[in-house]
Design a binder for this molecule. Structure first.
Ligand SMILES: Cc1cc2nc3c(=O)[nH]c(=O)nc-3n(C[C@H](O)[C@H](O)[C@H](O)COP(=O)(O)OP(=O)(O)OC[C@H]3O[C@@H](n4cnc5c(N)ncnc54)[C@H](O)[C@@H]3O)c2cc1C
Length: 491
């Protein structure tokens, strides 16, 4: 019965823009009057800009976009959606579009809500819905503090954190979602509530790893850590040496302490002027390294000793003491909007067989069309059992594999898509079947893979939380946890 109701609702959502009646128009006018940042319908100038995010591989086609500038704008947007029986999507940067919003929905664009407030005395930050890590970094660094950001400071703090958030300090301090202290949330009923250990504790539990399933977060408070500098950088080895470099990585990574984080990457760097001349236009096997413990230079180098002693010198070595806020330079992720396809898997180990597979996929003679295939080292605090919700599966994975390719032309997109499917099939024997929410995007975020990111026990609790806070599945354009009786929208 409920499933049927879900289907009916889907049809109604799809037709909203065609069935707007006089009452809806007057409510729309009221919404336009209430929202400080502006409301855009398909016919409005500014609609395209307001609905477009970082990943250009997909298109969002909402009935309206609400450009929110304050929490009250989000309350109005969700209240309007509730009254019109529309669904709601949220976008801060568009790095993590999972299920593009459709014509039966309101897209809340939070990109103008960039306030950041650092409270050094309690080592806490409070950020508004659309703040990026880049907004927080200088303000926290002024007090010798840092948040748990990942490979790029260009992603939104809220989206990153609600999906887990694994970065260069993850092995030392855990996932970003575990550092959340409280959140202000607009619920599907259109009410602004606080979620914390003391207030609405079930909502608080679900937010910390349950993505945007339970409401629109208008502000988030979380812990900061006393880190201002790290010993880090990249060692670039010619791709012809990838086998020995990966062999060393597979052994070395099993013995490093939790304050060493690293990634091994097969990288095909384009011949573009923005890429440093020394590495431009070539393929590399790269060690990305970040040490955040005591005695930076000395102990950082101690940890790198096998790399200095067991391999010939790398072609390029950028390792040194650096401000923690500069760790964007380790991964060199693109900042400008770009069309990409990606795929992720969690590897249980880097056995000799797994390494052979990876070399076949991305080594010198592979012909790989990917920009990059990364293997990020997990473990440490990010993999310890926790009472909190864990959006990274069952904790049996030791490495996160992430492949990324350009979709600049349809031929390129097709070749990359096929190659990523081959990557998935070939590495399958080395996976434990779990997933990591934050890295599941677009076609990769199937209902089965989303579910595989959680334990059975957590999943049941997530569904119960969804039943309470969003029983109509209004917030569904995410890594969706359907409430009881609802089906997933087809991809
Ligand atoms: C280049 C790149 C590098 C990345 N590196 C890392 C990394 O190192 N570690 C890591 O863990 N992840 C990483 N990610 C994944 C990234 O954290 C997720 O894609 C994240 O969802 C991005 O959040 P966003 O707000 O920037 O994106 P958006 O596309 O704007 O939002 C993504 C989703 O977040 C949710 N959301 C956003 N804001 C709100 C809100 N206010 N209330 C409720 N829900 C909200 C919604 O479900 C939304 O659909 C990376 C992604 C890319 C593209």
């Amino acid at each position: 019965m409920q499933a049927l109701e879900g289907k009916r609702r889907n049809c109604r959502f799809m037709r909203w823009s065609q069935i707007v009646n006089r009452r809806a128009i007057s409510r729309l006018e009221r919404l336009r009057g209430e929202v400080q940042g502006g409301v855009y319908m398909v016919s409005d100038k500014g609609y395209d800009q307001a609905r477009t995010g970082w990943n250009l591989s997909t298109e969002q086609r909402p009935a309206l976009v609400v450009m929110a500038e304050r929490a009250a704008d989000i309350v109005s947007a969700v209240g309007f959606a509730r009254d019109e029986d529309l669904t709601v999507g949220v976008m801060a940067t568009g790095h993590g579009i999972t299920a593009p919003v459709d014509e039966g929905s309101v897209l809340v664009n939070t990109s103008r809500m960039r306030d950041v407030h650092v409270m050094p005395e309690t080592r806490t930050a409070r950020v508004s819905a659309g703040a990026k890590w880049a907004d927080l970094i200088p303000k926290a660094a002024a007090h010798g503090l840092a948040g748990l950001w990942g490979s790029t400071s260009d992603v939104g703090i809220v989206g990153y954190t609600l999906g887990g958030g694994f970065g260069w300090l993850g092995r030392k301090y855990g996932l970003a979602c575990d550092s959340v202290k409280s959140a202000e949330v607009v619920t599907s009923a259109g009410e602004l509530v606080t979620a914390s250990a003391e207030q609405n504790a079930d909502l608080f539990w679900g937010l910390k790893g349950g993505d945007g399933n339970f409401g629109v977060v208008t502000s988030l408070e979380f812990s900061l850590y006393p880190v201002s500098q790290v010993y880090g950088g990249n060692l670039f080895y010619p791709i012809a040496r990838a086998t020995e470099v990966l062999d060393l990585y597979s052994c070395w990574s099993t013995s490093v302490p939790d304050d060493v984080s690293s990634t091994f990457a097969f990288t095909n760097l384009p011949p573009l002027p923005e890429v440093p001349a020394s590495i431009r236009g070539k393929s590399w096997a790269v060690l990305r390294f970040c040490y955040s413990g005591d005695d930076l230079e000395q102990r950082g180098e101690d940890n790198l000793r096998p790399w200095r002693e067991e391999l010939e010198k790398p072609a390029v070595d950028t390792i040194g003491v650096m401000p923690y806020g500069s760790t964007d330079t380790l991964s060199m992720d693109p900042v400008d909007p770009v069309a990409t396809y990606d795929h992720t898997e969690m590897l249980t180990d880097l056995s000799p067989a797994a390494c052979r597979t990876l070399i076949e996929l991305c080594g010198e003679t592979s012909g790989s069309p990917l920009i990059e295939l990364q293997i990020r080292h997990l473990g440490g605090a990010a993999s310890r059992p926790s009472e909190s919700l864990n959006p990274m599966g069952h904790n049996d994975a030791r490495f996160l594999l992430y492949g990324l390719g350009g979709n600049f032309t349809s031929e390129m997109g097709e070749a990359v898509g096929k190659y990523l499917a081959r990557v998935a099939a070939d590495v399958d024997p080395h996976t434990g079947g779990t997933q990591c929410i934050n890295f599941l995007a677009l076609d990769g975020a199937t209902p089965e893979r989303v579910r595989a990111a959680y334990t059975e026990r957590d999943w049941e609790r997530l569904v119960a939380t969804k039943d309470r806070w969003d029983p109509a599945n209004r917030f569904r354009f995410n890594h969706n946890i359907p409430p009881t009786g609802f089906e997933r929208l087809p991809r």
